[in-house]
Design a protein around this ligand. Structure first.
Ligand SMILES: CN(C)C(=N)NCCC[C@H](N)C(=O)O
Length: 293
């Protein structure tokens, strides 16, 4: 067996494919974050109509610039760590794994490792995204009230000034709990479906990659939604006054006030977003790796 070296292509492919998925999914993400953290909307349609009327189409793209800038790090870490952990566990490269598929246990462990490490890179960027997505003021119109944050840098600087460096990691613990197991589920679903529908030793077809990527997105986001709600609430906490003492307290008081259904807030929009975003993410990831040989 050849000595295996760490693959840089996996990191670059992860970055580009993540950016493609991110732009496609951001409008859905904004609606989801609003539904999870604000109680004024009656549902998905109401939220979309009100964003459009009050904030125009641009309202759906609030908070997107930072995730775009950070996706290079976040997705490169996710896919790069996943693939390189599998390389460590099984001593096979991406291409060799088509012939010698790794066990589901190895895939799950590598996915959890990728999810855990990317959560810490993602935390400050995700916090800023959520804070900006929740600003309902229309963009710079004369006479309209100025939003609290003027943009991503201003948001980051204000949090840093008001709460110190730890403030930028608000919600990071809930994010880690959300991402560690669910990224394991993400990769197991993807690899499992590709394996199922691809003849032995061949690369999966584009249709298989799209469907497997889409379902990997849905399966992982269904599992992630309860902690996604808690994560978003923790990130919005402290904006005016601090309400929650921690993740558990946020869970208990959310259930006490809104019932168990609170854990499923944003589930429909999360799933609708997850399919196209992850279908194109995996398709571009696979094609970039094949193209680089
Ligand atoms: C459920 N979770 C946290 C995940 N499946 N994470 C992996 C990446 C997801 C992709 N960037 C997306 O935004 O859907």
């Amino acid at each position: 067996m050849q000595a295996q070296t760490m693959s840089v292509e996996e990191f670059v492919a992860g970055w580009i494919s993540g950016a493609v998925g991110l732009v496609l999914g951001h409008p859905f993400d904004t609606v989801k974050v609003r539904l999870q953290t604000q109680t004024t909307y009656r549902g998905i349609a109401d939220c979309m109509v009100r964003i459009y009327r009050h904030e125009s189409l641009l309202g759906f793209f609030k908070g997107m610039s930072f995730p775009i800038a950070s996706i290079a790090v976040v997705n490169a870490v996710l896919f790069g760590v996943y693939s390189n952990t599998l390389l460590l566990l099984t001593a096979t490269s991406h291409q060799e794994r088509r012939v010698q598929p790794p066990s589901y246990m190895h895939i799950f462990l590598a996915g959890c490792t990728g999810g855990f490490l990317q959560a810490y890179c993602l935390a400050p960027f995700d916090l800023i995204k959520v804070r900006l997505q929740n600003q309902t003021e229309p963009r710079a119109q004369p006479g309209s009230p100025r939003p609290r944050y003027q943009g991503p840098m201003h948001c980051a600087a204000s949090i840093f000034r008001e709460e110190g460096p730890r403030g930028l990691f608000r919600g990071a613990w809930a994010l880690t709990l959300r991402d560690t197991p669910t990224v394991g589920i993400y990769f197991i679903t993807y690899e499992g479906l590709c394996h199922q529908y691809t003849p032995e030793g061949q690369n999966p077809s584009s249709a298989t990659v799209l469907v497997a990527g889409g379902f990997a997105g849905i399966a992982s986001w269904v599992a992630a939604t309860p902690l996604d709600v808690i994560k978003s609430r923790m990130q919005m906490d402290g904006l005016r006054r601090k309400v929650y003492r921690g993740v558990l307290d946020c869970m208990v008081s959310s259930v006490q006030q809104e019932g168990l259904g609170v854990f499923f807030r944003g589930l429909t929009i999360n799933s609708a977003r997850a399919f196209p975003v992850n279908a194109v993410t995996f398709l571009s990831y696979e094609y970039l790796l094949r193209w680089w040989g």
